[in-house]
Write a protein that binds this ligand. Structure first.
Ligand SMILES: O=P(O)(O)OC[C@H]1O[C@](O)(COP(=O)(O)O)[C@@H](O)[C@@H]1O
Ligand SMILES: [Mn+2]
Length: 639
């Protein structure tokens, strides 16, 4: 132990008694069961579904209620009780209407306090009292602790507790007390949340997901390719801005930009109005249950969609030219269009163009933006750099996020580790140096952080690498050779739409490959797992690969992908008993879920079961605590 560390410890634990107490305390924590981690990915703006899964703790609250109240509550009563725990405010409003007589309501309150306290006690057994205290609403800490840890068996005490509960009701605090207990239960059941990328795009409310995550007690995030567009936008990349606006238009989500982040789209809309018409290839996709834009709105979005797509394709040219090391020359397509704008010739093959909208493209200088286009994209990029709310969200993303994470012997990455057919790491050569495997991730993360700190630099390598992360052939977050956006808009021949996946996606079925990958990132190859998002697990495919070493958890929170996956999403849970995969059914709306008491959890599959229950001692935090115990022992020896 360093001298400075020793000094600090001595200050914190000045006496022998203080040291001994702390050692006992830490050792006791080491023996507690490992707390529950939950993993989700690819939420894609679907806030209500995400919020529901947080509230029901991926089905875990229901399970605890069953374990505790089977035989005492009917399944129906359990379901009603569970929904009170998930949505206390809404359910209280409904339940209270059922009582016309105040005495009946009073009795309901007493019974509900009792049930909630039993449930809370059950959920709190894994934790120290101090941790439970921190999870309680400050105004109810004292009362809750009295009721939670009190001795109800002696007659004197009985009176005392009865007085407390009566007072809560008489003083009109019953509702708030119930709400506070429910939130504490939600919070304790899942101790830590990992979001393995793609919070943004396709769905309507990524901003609400970010707000919710910012209030979460314990979370980490791995960046997904879609998140990079928004981080890139805040970091001053106009290509990222153009891409994310194109996707927002494509999914009728421009209100996120305008209403949530306060970025004005008037100039873009005027430009679109001036140059573009209706176009079937650019009509937005509608995915939400109550989404019904008017015909005029649909036309306006269709025009904006074309305007920003063309700006995007034009912006790509100069970046590809100034970064030959990205090896993306073949992605320059505007210069392959015929003079009459009717066909395009790619690799010697000529295709007719469909849904063309190249009226602002000068055949002699196809990547040149019109002055109006330049003005619009400059103004938009400035607006992204300056949006206060976007920065609040992106600051949080930077603070809690990373390209990958190793946590309790698992490796979490959104996309892939790029490899060739044989499984050798593929890399990016910059300034004569090859970066591959873990070093590629570290390089990209360093540059991302650099670019984010300095949004005024817009043409530098760090900013260009942000766009590379979105679509580059060796980007670990993208994982495909090309993004065939142009072809999918303008060429009918489906063969041109194919986006060849990196060999990683076939190799990740092989245990030897996963072991090599884990070793590269410093995780024990024999016992570790890779947790992956990004590729929706299609109907009939398994999310559990390589003999359980590789878990793919993109189950389709995104409404746009639920036809492909056939389900509404996955959550992976890792508790003291092992790993379990929870399948969620598609979520409709919050109102419907509350009214129908619809839980959306369908099945739970054990992925791996621990032989002996895992304790805190076997976790990363445990390693840290053991180090503290050793240091305190040293201090004690000095006494
Ligand atoms: O579903 P859409 O809107 O057509 O988008 C498809 C595009 O999204 C991508 O799949 C990338 O997004 P994901 O990370 O969600 O897969 C591209 O490879 C593809 O071109
Ligand atoms: Mn993705």
């Amino acid at each position: 132990m360093q001298e400075l560390e020793r000094e600090l410890l001595r200050e914190k634990y000045p006496t022998k008694d203080a040291i001994t107490t702390e050692i006992i305390n830490l050792k006791a924590i080491l023996n507690l069961p490992k707390s529950t981690e939950a993993f989700m990915s690819d939420i894609h703006g679907e806030f209500p579904a995400f919020d529901h899964v947080l509230r029901n703790a991926s089905g875990n609250i229901k399970l605890k209620i069953e374990e505790l109240f089977n035989g005492q509550m009917t399944p129906k009563t359990q379901q009603v009780f569970a929904f009170l725990v998930y949505y206390p405010t809404e359910r209280l409003a409904i339940v209270k209407q059922q009582f016309s007589c105040p005495e009946d309501l009073h009795q309901w309150y007493l019974d509900t306090f009792d049930d909630l306290l039993k449930l809370l006690k059950y959920c709190a057994t894994k934790y120290t009292r101090s941790k439970v205290r921190k999870a309680l609403a400050p105004e109810f800490v004292y009362i809750t602790e009295e009721l939670l840890y009190g001795d109800f068996h002696t007659a004197d005490k009985h009176e005392y507790y009865a007085q407390i509960t009566d007072d809560i009701i008489q003083l009109h605090s019953a509702d708030n007390f119930i709400i506070s207990l429910c939130h504490t239960i939600q919070r304790l059941v899942v101790d830590h949340l990992h979001v393995v990328g793609d919070i943004y795009d396709r769905g309507p409310a990524p901003d609400k997901i970010m707000d919710r995550l910012m209030q979460h007690h314990s979370v980490d995030l791995q960046w997904g390719n879609h998140d990079i567009l928004w981080l890139g936008g805040a970091a001053g990349s106009s290509l990222c801005v153009a891409n994310l606006l194109r996707i927002c238009a494509r999914y009728d989500n421009l209100s996120i930009v305008e209403d949530s982040y306060g970025i004005n789209l008037r100039h873009l809309s005027l430009l679109a109005e001036k140059y573009y018409d209706d176009n079937p290839g650019f009509r937005p996709k509608l995915t939400q249950p109550n989404e019904q834009p008017s015909e005029a709105e649909l036309r306006q979005i269709t025009k904006i969609h074309q305007a920003i797509a063309i700006i995007q394709f034009k912006l790509e040219g100069p970046v590809i030219d100034r970064r030959p090391e990205f090896k993306m020359q073949q992605r320059k397509l505007l210069d392959k269009i015929s003079k009459d704008r009717k066909t395009i010739t790619i690799d010697g093959k000529t295709y007719p163009l469909i849904n063309g909208c190249f009226q602002t493209v000068d055949p002699n200088d196809p990547y040149k933006l019109l002055p109006e286009e330049q003005e619009v994209i400059d103004q938009l990029t400035a607006a992204f750099k300056n949006s206060e709310k976007l920065h609040k969200h992106m600051d949080f993303f930077m603070k809690k996020g990373s390209m990958y994470l190793t946590y309790n012997n698992n490796l979490l990455i959104h996309g892939c580790v790029p490899v060739d057919k044989k499984g050798n790491f593929e890399g990016l050569t910059l300034n004569g140096k090859l970066y591959k495997g873990k070093a590629l991730f570290d390089l990209l993360e360093r540059n991302l952080r650099e670019s984010y700190i300095d949004p005024n630099q817009q043409d530098d390598l760090a900013t260009d690498l942000l766009w590379y992360l979105w679509t580059g052939p060796v980007s670990p977050l993208f994982g495909k050779r090309v993004m065939a956006t142009f072809e999918r808009y303008f060429i009918a021949d489906k063969a041109t739409h194919v986006e060849e996946m990196n060999s990683y996606y076939s190799l990740r079925h092989e245990p030897w490959f996963i072991e090599e990958m884990l070793a590269e990132f410093g995780v024990d190859p024999k016992t570790g797992h890779v947790i992956n998002g990004h590729t929706p697990v299609k109907k009939g495919q398994s999310p559990i690969l390589a003999g359980g070493k590789m878990l793919v958890i993109d189950g389709g929170f995104s409404k746009a992908y639920q036809k492909t996956t056939g389900i509404g999403g996955y959550t992976l849970l890792y508790n003291s008993y092992g790993l379990q995969l929870v399948t969620h059914q598609p979520f409709t709306t919050r109102e419907k879920a509350i009214a129908d008491l619809a839980d959306i959890v369908s099945t739970k599959r054990v992925v791996e079961q621990e032989l002996a229950r895992k304790t805190v001692a076997e976790t990363d935090i445990g390693t840290e605590l053991k180090k503290q115990v050793r240091q305190l022992m040293e201090l004690l020896a000095d006494e």
